[in-house]
Design a protein around this ligand. Structure first.
Ligand code: MIC
Ligand code: SF4
Length: 641
């Protein structure tokens, strides 16, 4: 029987298990990436594993998130990552070189290989036919050490693209359409594989906009074929030798098929406060805007910024709008500087930011109170932009640019001029901001400034787990709720005790104090708990605060793995209606937990306050079970060493 692209890559990298959807498999990882806000933890964990040098084909450490440097903390993290990378055999992409996903696509991604990254948008490289997966830092550290990465073999969803996009309808509109149809939890346990005649009309960066935002579906990853367009892209990046063709077999089968007719697609927007709250712009009505932000790993390629420059050329940004633009990489910035497009952007009134994540992760450019911000980014969760009362709409670069001139959200098709941008035959390749690792790491001293604190570890599981319900939250709680990130907090990603004061504060400001007063406890949540980023801080900080179990209706994939790794029990209500009967401060207790875990996936918990019992599901693999008993992955690695 024929194979699809996902099966081909998984098959070629399979170390353990069988490709039966839902069953655990271990895969070999060829490449890893980290960024600075998850990187410090990943490298502290790598150091704790006691290996001398990474065992991957290529590992890259990027600095792109924490760039404000209001004080010494960010610079400390940068220095630590630079020195640890140099020692352990990891390439170091210096601050200013660009956003990890954009740079990885340009300079390192290889069709048919696997990439594991400590960032949820690692699937961006799926745009050139890589199987690229986001994970917690510890899983990435293990992969750097040569260990397999374990996931449940995914179902594969085929999104068939037919036809061709009309002018001013963008790749962003394709992924917004997929989000509209599947929702933010529609991709859990699935890989989204794009095929169809429409694929050939999409450039690699456009494909990557789509695979990037597959993270918002909760998907394991998303992938495109590697075709002639991919070859041309790699050739223009002066690395044609990295290309190989990769297509689904003619008779490949899929678990689900979705068809999108590109000719029929219209410009779309994701309305506040969820990436799946998607509507046609023509149906939204007039919305006056205060800010437009263009950039992020979703939409900051050369092609994106050239289109924006063409729209803005000779115009002026509306007086009520602040327009900020962050090019995705030094390569992009260089090219638009060299061809004059940067001057067009500046003349129109754009505020140019350095190549990095910037406003996407709340590092500056927080909008005014109650403001409306249009962003070409991938997430519009409440408060993520840095202003709790602001509302963020997610749109394409075309929509963002035309709207910035008009002062209101508009259908970009009102712009009459042609903005077609050809892919360059040759990108401005210059890797002088990428530092290769030292030949001999033994000579390198790792520098750890005072902001870098040890990470918390858990105890082996006892016989009984008990505690009060510290908080009860609803559906779709994001890691931005659990462990917020913004300009004030991001500098403290290496300082768990500091971050602990902010855990779950957007849901309830009393949470950290409650956890301390009760010596830890239990969190209750709804569906898709922990969606969004890969930050393991959303597990390490609750661990530090003494959280022993999280009981929910369902989990997002990466967060569940991070809880497991930290030694916190990720439990799911066997009967979702039991959620309704638990209150904050109820006293819960699980007896004989170790025996219960060994006996099967259903365990019983008592609610001592309400005098009731519930069944909880912890379907876990043998490996996960060992990890829970040991009190987390690091403990398990130590005991197995
Ligand atoms: C994000 O977009 O939320 C981040 C910041 O890139 C995170 C990683 C992090 O929290 O450091 C992600 O997407 O994984
Ligand atoms: Fe950076 Fe934003 Fe992309 Fe996260 S989503 S990697 S913060 S640009």
């Amino acid at each position: 029987m024929g194979l699809n692209i996902t099966q081909k890559i998984l098959q070629a990298h399979l170390i353990e298990g069988e490709l039966i959807p839902g069953s655990e498999i271990g895969i070999r990882i060829d490449q890893t990436l980290t960024q600075d806000s998850t990187g410090t933890m990943a490298y502290l964990q790598l150091e704790a594993m006691g290996i001398d040098r990474v065992k991957t084909k290529k590992s890259v450490a990027y600095i792109d998130h924490n760039m404000l440097q209001q004080s010494f903390e960010n610079a400390d993290d940068h220095k630590y990552i630079q020195t640890v990378a140099h020692k352990y055999g990891i390439y170091f992409s210096r601050p200013g070189n660009g956003i990890c996903h954009q740079v990885h696509l340009e300079r390192f991604g290889v069709p048919g290989e696997t990439l594991l990254g400590s960032d949820s948008h690692t699937p961006t490289c799926g745009g050139l036919g890589m199987l690229a997966i986001g994970a917690g830092g510890l899983d990435v550290a293990v992969a750097m050490g040569g260990g397999a990465y374990y996931i449940n073999a995914p179902k594969v969803v085929n999104v068939k693209l037919t036809g061709k996009l009309n002018p001013f309808v963008a790749a962003k509109d394709i992924i917004l359409e997929v989000l509209r149809r599947l929702t933010v939890k529609g991709g859990v346990g699935k890989v989204i594989e794009y095929t169809g005649e429409g694929v050939q009309f999409l450039s690699v960066p456009e494909r990557s906009t789509i695979t990037n935002m597959g993270a918002e579906l909760g998907a394991t990853t998303s992938v495109f074929p590697s075709d002639e367009v991919t070859r041309q892209f790699l050739k223009a990046q002066q690395r044609e030798e990295d290309w190989s063709p990769l297509f689904a077999d003619e008779d490949a089968t899929y678990d689900e098929v979705i068809e999108i007719c590109l000719d029929e697609l219209e410009p779309l927007a994701a309305l506040p406060h969820s990436p799946d709250n998607v509507k046609k712009i023509s149906d939204i009505g007039e919305v006056a805007i205060d800010q437009v932000a263009i950039g992020s790993c979703t939409n900051s390629s050369y092609q994106d910024l050239m289109k924006v420059a063409k729209i803005l050329k000779g115009k002026t940004v509306h007086p009520n709008v602040s327009l900020v633009i962050a090019p995705g990489s030094k390569q992009v910035l260089n090219m638009i500087a060299q061809n004059g497009a940067l001057a067009d952007l500046i003349s129109a009134g754009a505020r140019m930011l350095e190549s990095g994540c910037g406003p996407c992760i709340g590092m500056g450019q927080a909008p005014a109170s109650n403001a409306i911000s249009l962003r070409t980014f991938n997430r519009n969760f409440p408060g993520r932009c840095g202003t709790a009362s602001a509302s963020v709409y997610l749109v394409s670069p075309e929509t963002a640019a035309v709207s910035a001139i008009e002062g209101k959200l508009v259908d970009p098709r009102i712009h009459q001029e042609n903005i077609r941008v050809e892919m360059p035959e040759c990108f401005a390749v210059n890797d002088n901001m990428i530092i290769p690792p030292a030949e001999d790491g033994n000579q390198v001293e790792v520098v750890k400034g005072p902001n870098i604190k040890p990470f918390p570890t858990s105890e082996p599981l006892g016989d009984r787990v008990e505690g009060k319900v510290l908080i009860k939250v609803g559906d779709n709680i994001t890691t931005d709720h659990i462990m917020p990130s913004n300009a004030k907090l991001l500098p403290f990603r290496s300082n768990i005790p500091y971050l602990a004061e902010h855990c779950l504060v957007p849901c309830n400001p009393e949470f950290p104090q409650r956890a301390k007063d009760n010596n830890g406890g239990i969190i209750i949540g709804g569906d898709n708990y922990g969606q969004g980023s890969s930050r393991e801080h959303a597990a390490l900080v609750p661990l530090y605060l003494g959280v022993k179990a999280v009981i929910v209706k369902s989990f997002a994939r990466i967060h569940r793995a991070n809880l497991m790794n930290a030694g916190i029990l990720p439990l799911v209500f066997a009967n979702p209606e039991d959620y309704d009967h638990i209150n904050e401060f109820d006293e819960l207790r699980i007896d004989d937990i170790k025996t219960q875990l060994k006996n099967g996936s259903i365990i019983e918990i008592q609610n001592l306050t309400q005098r009731t019992k519930y069944n909880l599901d912890i379907s876990c693999s043998e490996k996960e079970l060992k990890m829970l008993l040991a009190g987390g992955k690091i403990n398990l690695i130590k005991t197995e060493a």
